[in-house]
Design a protein around this ligand. Structure first.
Ligand code: AP5
Length: 219
């Protein structure tokens, strides 16, 4: 089955991680989440993690050069038949340009960019209710699943926690940073003819099905 390399664009809480998990499971994508890679680096207290931690907790962007190197290393490891799904990268025009150059050097097609559109009010509602499993990384929500901090993950029994950047002040800052640094990428990719926008306020299953359909569609 033909499928496209993908970038999931959208504000914090748009559902990038949630739908990436679905696409990974149902369409064999290699999921590259810069947020997950950076959180793992922080947990290991690696040099990268130590440099990134302060920015992440405040809801600020980690400097471009660090993130571009991180993604570049992963891109070089991709096999030619392997399809990637980028979640949380690029987030600045500098990152988008670096990605485009990387793909040209690797002789890969430019990906389809899916903009997950969601309102600020829904972002705040989702992020304040998000709960994470440290064991299997499943993403839950208090409002939908009724599971809260300290409850056991139904998948693996891990103890659910709240991300440190899902506190009200950091959520507010992340939204502002998104509008200033990342929202301009919508126009950037529109001009390049790579962008489609999906209404991400629909039910989760409906959005996932729409994304899978777009991923399979020929150019
Ligand atoms: P990152 O981890 O990428 O965070 P983010 O972009 O802010 O996105 P989130 O993970 O918060 O949201 P999401 O869109 O994945 O939503 P989710 O699926 O969880 O980055 C974290 C930090 O790392 C950044 O702030 C920055 O410091 C740093 N960083 C990362 N990449 C970087 C880069 N490229 N450059 C520089 N710095 C970088 O869903 C949210 C909630 O909503 C969940 O509870 C979910 O269950 C629920 N939900 C999802 N879809 C639906 C739906 N359709 N209906 C109802 N509920 C839904």
């Amino acid at each position: 089955m033909a499928q496209r390399d993908l970038i999931l664009l959208g504000p914090p809480g748009a559902g990038k991680g949630t739908h990436a998990e679905y696409l990974k499971e149902h369409m064999s994508y290699t999921h590259l989440s810069t947020g997950n890679l950076l959180r793992a680096a922080v947990a290991r207290a690696s040099d990268l993690g130590k440099q990134a931690q302060g920015y992440m907790e405040a809801g600020e962007l980690v400097p471009d050069d660090l993130v571009i190197d991180l993604v570049g290393e992963r891109m070089e490891q991709l096999g030619c038949g392997e399809h990637f799904l980028l979640d949380g990268f690029p987030r600045t025009t500098g990152q988008a340009e670096a990605l485009s150059e990387m793909l040209e050097e690797l002789s890969r097609e430019q990906p389809l960019v899916i903009n997950l559109a969601v309102s600020d009010a829904e972002v705040v509602r989702r992020l304040s209710g998000r709960r994470m499993c440290p064991g299997c990384a499943t993403i839950y929500n208090v409002h939908r699943d009724g599971l809260d901090i300290g409850d056991k993950c139904p998948e693996c029994g891990g103890e659910l926690y709240q991300r440190s950047d899902d506190q009200p002040e950091a959520i507010h800052n992340r939204l502002e940073v998104y509008k200033q640094d990342s929202a301009p990428l919508i126009e950037y990719y529109q001009k390049r003819g790579q962008l489609v926008t999906v209404d991400a306020e629909q039910g989760q299953q409906q959005v996932s099905a729409e994304l899978a359909d777009l991923a399979r569609r020929e150019r």
